[in-house]
Design a protein around this ligand. Sequence first.
Ligand code: SER
Length: 607
Amino acid sequence: MFKIGKTKKMSSEKIKKKFLKFFKKKGHKIIPSSSLLPRDATVLFTTAGMQQFTLYLQGEKNSKKDFKTKHLTSCQKCFRTDDIEEVGDDTHHTFFEMLGNWSIGQDSKGKYFKKGAIKYALEFLVDCLEIKKEKLSITIFKGDKGVPKDDTAREIWQKNGILPEKISEFGVKDNFWGPVGKTGPCGPCSEIFYDRGEEFGCKDAKCGPNCPNCNRFVEIWNLVFMEYIKDEEGLYNPLSQKNIDTGIGFERIVSLLQEKKSAYETDLFLPIIKELERISNKTYKENKKIFRILADHIRAIVFLAAEGVFPSNVEQGYILRRLLRRSIRYGKLLGLENGFMVFLTKKVVEIYSDSYPEVKQKELEIIEIIKKEEDKFKKTLEKGLRQFEKISKKGKISDMDAFHLYDTYGFPLELTKELAEEKDITVDEEGFRKAFKKHQEISRAGAEKKFGGVGKNATREATKLHTATHLLHQSLREVLGLRVRQMGSDVTSVRLRFDFSYPEKLTVEQKQEIENMINQKIRDGMKVKKEEMLYRKAIESGALAFFKEKYPERVNVYSILDSSGNVFSKEVCAGPHVNNTEELGHFKILKEKSIAAGIRRIRAILE
Ligand code: SER
């Protein structure tokens, strides 16, 4: 094993605290992790620490005003779907945490940008964690797409004692970061790698950071010099300010400091792995891949469920379902009894109850969600596997067979693909997607209603109901969680109808809470403000929008504000709306029902 220094015995919790404390001492404000479900509805999950600061990084919000400083630090819960298939190897995870520090614009002396970020990073790694400087290798951006080569970063690294031969240059793929969605802040980056030593290498003469053959060089820290913004046309324009956005994959640094090849062998995962050994009577050593997949997925499942995501056939719910069903199948391979995930859930809760009290608070709900899905899937899994065996004899899985497995036995496409891979046969994925889309279109018929206002002939009653629709939409998100998304809406002069994604029947209490919230907002006499702006700006400012393709370049945005100007609801919308919510009267839900898989409809009136 490689030896990293004196820090060997440090627990993950201690490492996290050390990082946050270090930056606090350097004048940064510690900001709590934001939700895994971002407010910006154009992306499904929070995949990076900077996401909650996007408006600040774009210069649209003032960090100094809101946080009293331009320098922030956090440990952020993240979830990435790109790596689901890779989970099981040493380094990939779905749920993970990211440590980061930010400088929103330069400080008053103009110092923080590249100079400050590099200096702090080295100070933390070398002075605070006692990692030897000579074990570090650095990558910088070599220039591309109109963005020049980063000579400044090279110079600063060298001035800080990094030898020129330890600095290598890479292109856009490795050394240009972001944006998170299609548009947004981004920039060239510089990455810090730790060299674990030749014995971990591939012996290729070119072996170095980003080596495609081996994991000798472990990436520990990404420093993004965020000075560009990518627009709708895909162009990189200079940002009005220079920012620093950095990220350390927490699981990575913990494995490094605990001198483990993989995070699965650190205190972040070991209690789960040990519990799996206990309940399966099998060893991690002999079942590494399955143990790792189960340990990874259970963390993701617990955190998604804690945010209020339910297994469903759409969006975040579909991802949760995929993870659950994959885990159930792997559990079966290990010979685990039904309910095994409850044991694992308890371990995850134990590990995180200090850092994320919400997982402890929601423990019973999470267990309920997992159990329900297990009950549902176990009924069809056995039969589906037998069906798969039969079909697989044909030597390939056709579009209709894959769809049949999905529709009748609840096999997510990815599960079918995985089973097919094990047998070395192919799946007609494209055909499946077409069949799936057609199915969705049919089941959505009736739910799908084009976006829009109530039109020029709107009656006064319809206008009021339209404003009530916005209050309803936001209240649903407040009460049921951010996964609620508008799927359609229809307003007449007597009632409103609102379709939204949500997998379960609403309880009487939930309906009451939603009604109460809306009636309170009405009583509060909230102002309704209209602004015209670019669609892109509207989305960036957090306005909700649906059926994106139908919006023109310039749109109207309606915000509902409290007396201090705080936004309760903000939507891209054609209008019209009332000027103040006090005009609405009393809001009442008449009916709530399911209209398609994962889609619910509310009918409501104003009395
Ligand atoms: N946003 C960058 C990343 O995700 C740095 O935090 O790597």
